[in-house]
Design a protein around this ligand. Structure first.
Ligand SMILES: [Zn+2]
Length: 331
């Protein structure tokens, strides 16, 4: 690891958040919001954007004179995703800083290889190529875990270059976005009183306004309403009523089947539970489209009948028969 300041950014820890300095600006960023931005970023899309730009410029041999143009193209491609992912808790300027950090990190990795890249994956910042980092960070933000050691191990970030300003305020000099992530999560765990939640509709992470919040208030591409508004738009929840009635009926049906046929109840219950989970998902999906007819149709199509239950039970027994000889042959 370099011990210089290869991203050209200094992060000042003010005790309530970070002040990030680069050549042009200085802005305060609350703890945890850098990590939030990363996690809410569409990994697939950002990797494709980086890959496409690299392919464009490295089709033949890369001309170092094109570095500036390359950086601008890369910036514009990546920034779309970062800016969308950061809306709701980072200001525009912060999103620009995050994009800048990523572009500089990619440029650094290309320069280290003397402009001869071998494999696009080597140029993708580790925070977007390693899914373990993402899931660890997600758990930390939701306070399911405080396992920073995993992040250290996965990113290989064992120390961060720092010094004390005015004998008291630490300043960190960053060499990678992974270092920033580490720092951000550490301070979030130690000093932030906030707890991030996962939206039950869109799956993005957000900072709730109330403890009881289930849905985010983050903007959605192509829609005017947020998840929170969409999910609370119906005064008395018609969708939940339909779901509950359907669940009662389905449960009654498996009990009836148990009482009239020689069928294992655990098997029936598992069947019901799987269906019930799907039903909840469909309830959310159809509610977000305000499509009660579609939801009713789905319930009708997946309704348990004597025929469908018999079919499932026979399928289950057949699978069991197939498994038995295998176990025997091993012994
Ligand atoms: Zn949402």
């Amino acid at each position: 690891m370099n011990n210089d300041n290869s991203l050209g950014v200094a992060v000042l820890d003010t005790g309530i958040g970070f002040t990030v300095y680069d050549k042009k600006m200085e802005k305060d960023v609350p703890y945890g919001t850098f990590a939030l931005t990363l996690i809410n970023t569409d990994y697939e899309k950002i990797r494709n954007s980086i890959g496409d730009t690299l392919k464009l410029y490295f089709k033949k041999s890369f001309n170092p004179n094109d570095t500036e143009q390359f950086a601008i193209t890369l910036y514009n491609k990546i920034h779309l995703h970062i800016s969308y992912a950061s809306k709701g808790y980072l200001r525009k300027e912060h999103a620009h800083i995050v994009t800048n950090l990523l572009v500089r990190e990619i440029l650094n990795s290309i320069e280290t290889e003397h402009f001869a890249i071998n494999g696009i994956d080597n140029c993708i910042p580790v925070i977007f190529s390693n899914y373990n980092i993402r899931s660890c960070a997600k758990d930390i933000l939701q306070r399911y875990s405080d396992d920073l050691a995993s992040i250290v191990r996965e990113t290989g970030t064992y120390e961060i270059n720092s010094q004390l300003l005015n004998m008291e305020t630490p300043v960190y000099y960053l060499n990678s976005t992974a270092e920033y992530l580490m720092l951000d999560l550490k301070m979030y765990l130690e000093r932030s009183d906030k707890t991030v939640k996962e939206c039950e509709r869109c799956g993005r992470l957000y900072l709730p306004k109330r403890k009881s919040d289930k849905y985010c208030r983050l903007p959605i591409r192509g829609e005017r309403k947020t998840c929170n508004v969409i999910m609370h738009i119906l005064p008395n929840d018609e969708f939940a009523k339909v779901r509950n009635t359907a669940r009662d009926k389905q449960h009654k049906q498996i009990r009836y089947y148990r009482d009239t046929r020689n069928c294992d109840y655990t098997f029936l219950l598992n069947l019901y539970n799987d269906w019930s989970i799907d039903c909840q998902k469909k309830c959310i999906e159809f509610k977000s489209k305000m499509d009660i007819k579609g939801f009713n149709n789905w319930i009708e199509e997946t309704k348990f009948t004597v025929e469908t239950l018999t079919e499932e039970w026979e399928k289950h027994n057949k699978n069991k028969e197939i498994c038995v000889p295998n176990i025997k042959s091993e012994n």
